[in-house]
Design a protein around this ligand. Structure first.
Ligand code: 3HC
Ligand code: NAI
Length: 698
């Protein structure tokens, strides 16, 4: 019996090529070989038309990503696609689930396309640092016009079959029973003597706007900053408008190979697998049954509580939002309404969607109303005594088996669990601000948290559109703990001579969404100030806090007071350098006897990135994170780290761990700052000639 994932058989006059390569029918070498063989076989029989379809939950979801980093093995996809397009018999492609990347490229080389309703069609290669490498940039504009093609390929976002039909990407919508209705459609095409229709022969419609491509480039410049694939894609769609398919595909191949061998694509492929790995915990069997979550409660209707309630509501889970008094509840509900109104204005939500979400949220001042909730998340002030009291109230009111979670940023969840009689049901669920937008959810496992509670949070995260990363207990967990060293380096660099603008521009130029000082201004400098006072730190005593302490005492709280590390325009929020900050820096540096001097871009990058790397590897050493790639996912989804750099741990491998340790050691030698002692893990890996990525296969 053949072990090919592709079979060929006849159904009347139809030659049926059937692909079965679970889980997503990726175009592995065996699949390509199987399609190639089936095309050959079909030439020798009396079939009048060919039908290509897939078994399982989806049509082809693209090239096999695991093969992309390895030398390509024939038959190559572009060759198969050319053969399909030039095949003498009409080919019908029947799609369901997802037709993505190479899958859609294959579909576009067929002569007729049909799909069941809801099928997703897209070219997501850009999300892997690639561009469609098998004719996608040339055939899609021929089928849907250059404007639609640009939108689909540059964003990488799929469209559904209904929209694809309107655009001309497919020809026919099937019934849910794909096999039956695809056969019926193919027979219909035979009866109407439908002939081959090579997509490559279609001319691209001329764009209605002659400046389409330059305007498009400007429009996406900010979002695609630093990445190589988007600009290639725009060039290729432009080329499709003026050249034949052969010349277009040649150029596409050249750019594709350049992208495929780029560090950006290696990084984004790492991210693809890293995102999926976070759900797999070595000590929790994957078949652990999660608890049912059909209703939720959130305590504290402030900045975070409101956002968290929105996450549940958006997923259709009824949620009770509790605060101490009716004013606080009303304020919280107003903010939620305003957020939804903004989402509608930006076209992200329809009125219907907003109405449905709002109907899921009930506000109250009564803890009693939480008694039926399957999970309750506490998001009250960051103060242990306040939170302990809330946890004991939750324990009193909530039903047996309900999960009690805390959104604390730093506090000890074991201590919160001690305020209850159900420590195994207590866990940290650390959302990021704004909670309804940011993708990351750090799931903090306390010492006694039950495995099924962890599993429930992982499943729930996916349901409410979050990327879960399970972490262990320590001050600041993974993300904020690493941020502490990073922020401290930024402050020391300021005292040593850098300006806020210089540090932020260097980091933003490197790819971060925002530099560290701009982020602090956005979050509000008073939060850290209050926390430092709560910890008993004296204002201005430590060099790394002297400037933010001074700024807060001058009522410069960040964007909310239009002044912090920068001055802000009240209308546009545009930031401007502020001479007052420069003067403060000079004074503070003199007080700490620090000589200010010119700081280079390289020093800024090294100090800030190596701070993340060194602390990240300590976190791994302590078992707080399961694997290096989990830390990368935390930084990409919670801290605006550029995905195309792969995350701080992946970046360390890219630089080379020997270089990393050399630089960290040099920093230790020059500062005698214990922070810069290289972590044992880094030293061990260097000694063995190993990488951090080698630890990802847990
Ligand atoms: N290659 C290899 N493995 C793949 C894969 C692919 N293209 N797509 C998915 N997988 C694997 C996942 O890693 C996962 O493995 P795991 O169970 O061991 O973790 C498994 O398939 C299931 O995937 P998901 O968990 O993501 O399943 P979902 O049902 O949530 O999502 C999907 C399905 C929407 C198809 C999603 O997997 C996806 O977006 N896949 C990638 C699509 C893509 O990027 N295609 C373009 C590839 S590049 C290309 O085609 C180049 C061409 O132009 C030449
Ligand atoms: P906030 O001050 O905006 O909101 C706190 C809310 O809790 C207020 O509405 C207050 O009235 C309410 N509250 C206080 N005591 C209460 C009680 N006993 N019962 C019911 N309600 C009570 O605070 P924010 O920023 O939303 O933070 C909440 C938690 O989330 C904190 O633990 C914080 O560390 C954490 N966090 C905050 C982030 C942020 O960026 N703001 C990010 C991630 C976590």
């Amino acid at each position: 019996m053949s072990d090919s994932p592709v079979s060929y058989g006849k159904n009347g006059s139809i030659g049926v090529i059937s692909i079965n390569n679970p889980p997503v029918n990726a175009l592995s070498q065996k699949v390509r070989q199987g399609i190639s063989d089936a095309l050959e076989e079909s030439l020798g029989d009396n079939s009048k038309i060919l039908l290509i379809m897939c078994k399982g939950r989806t049509f082809i979801a693209g090239a096999d990503i695991t093969e992309l980093g390895k030398p390509p093995v024939p038959p190559h996809l572009p060759d198969i696609i050319t053969r399909m397009e030039n095949h003498p018999k009409p080919i019908v492609m029947a799609l369901h689930g997802n037709a993505l990347g190479g899958g859609l490229e294959l579909a576009m080389a067929g002569h007729y396309r049909c799909a069941i309703p809801g099928t997703k069609l897209g070219l997501p290669e850009v999300k892997l640092g690639l561009l469609p490498g098998a004719g996608g940039t040339q055939r899609l504009p021929r089928l849907v016009g250059p404007e639609n093609a640009l939108d689909m390929i540059v964003s990488g976002n799929p469209i559904n079959a209904e929209k694809a039909l309107k655009m001309g990407l497919i020809d026919h919508l099937l019934d849910e029973d794909i096999e039956k209705s695809a056969i019926a459609y193919a027979n219909q095409l035979i009866q109407s003597n439908s002939d081959v229709r090579p997509t490559g022969k279609i001319s691209v419609t001329t764009p209605s706007n002659s400046n389409l491509f330059s305007e498009y480039r400007n429009r996406v410049a900010r979002k695609t900053r630093g990445q190589i694939a988007p600009d290639f894609i725009i060039k290729l769609v432009e080329l499709a408008c003026s050249s034949d398919i052969i010349a277009g595909q040649e150029k596409e191949r050249e750019y594709f190979l350049e992208c495929r061998s780029s560090p950006q694509s290696a990084a984004l492929r790492h991210v693809f697998f890293a995102e999926r790995a976070t759900s797999k915990l070595p000590d929790i069997p994957s078949d652990t049954q999660p608890r049912d979550i059909s209703s939720a409660g959130v305590i504290g209707a402030g900045t975070m509580g409101g956002g968290i309630a929105m996450c549940f509501a958006n997923a259709g889970i009824p949620v009770k939002l509790i605060d101490t008094d009716s004013d606080a509840v009303a304020r919280g509900m107003q903010i939620i309404e305003k957020n939804y109104a903004n989402s509608m204005k930006r076209g992200r939500f329809t009125q219907e969607k907003v109405d449905a979400a709002m109907s899921c949220i009930t506000a109250s001042t009564e803890f009693e109303s939480l008694k039926e909730a399957d999970i309750v998340i506490e998001a009250v002030f960051e103060n242990m005594a306040v939170k302990e009291k809330v946890f004991s109230q939750m324990d009193e009111v909530c039903k047996k088996g309900a999960i009690l979670a805390s959104n604390t940023s730093y506090l000890d969840i074991d201590q919160l669990a001690d305020s209850t009689n159900r420590a195994k049901d207590v866990i940290g669920s650390h959302f990021f601000s704004p909670a309804n937008v940011m993708k990351l959810l750090e799931i903090v496992r306390a010492t006694r948290t039950a495995p099924d509670v962890v599993q429930t949070l992982i499943k729930l995260s996916r349901k409410i559109g979050k990327v879960p990363v399970a972490v262990g207990l320590c001050h600041g967990f993974v993300g904020n703990r690493m941020l502490k060293g990073y922020g401290r380096q930024a402050q020391l660099l300021l005292l040593e001579g850098a300006s806020p603008q210089q540090i932020d521009s260097v980091m933003e130029g490197w790819g971060l969404a925002m530099g560290p000082l701009a982020v602090s201004d956005l979050a509000g400098l008073d939060i850290g100030y209050r926390s430092r006072r709560d910890q008993g730190l004296v204002s201005g005593e430590l060099p790394e806090f002297a400037l933010p302490d001074a700024l807060v005492e001058l009522d410069r709280l960040g964007q909310k007071s239009s002044a912090g590390y920068y001055q802000y325009d009240k209308e546009t929020r545009a930031r401007q350098i502020d001479p007052e900050v420069e003067a403060l820096l000079k004074d503070i540096a003199a007080r700490f006897e620090i000589t200010r001097q010119t700081i280079s871009e390289e020093v800024i990058l090294d100090r800030l990135l190596l701070a993340l790397v060194n602390e990240g590897t300590r976190i791994l050493e302590e078992g707080i994170a399961t694997r290096p790639s989990d830390i990368d996912i935390v930084y990409l989804n919670g801290y605006g780290f550029p995905a195309w750099r792969g995350g701080p741990m992946f970046h360390a491998d890219t630089v080379g761990l020997d270089t990393v340790v050399e630089k960290i050691t040099a920093l230790y030698n020059s500062t005698q700052d214990d922070f810069w002692k290289p972590s044992k893990l880094l030293e061990n890996l260097v000694e063995k000639g190993d990488t951090l990525s080698s630890l990802n296969n847990k």
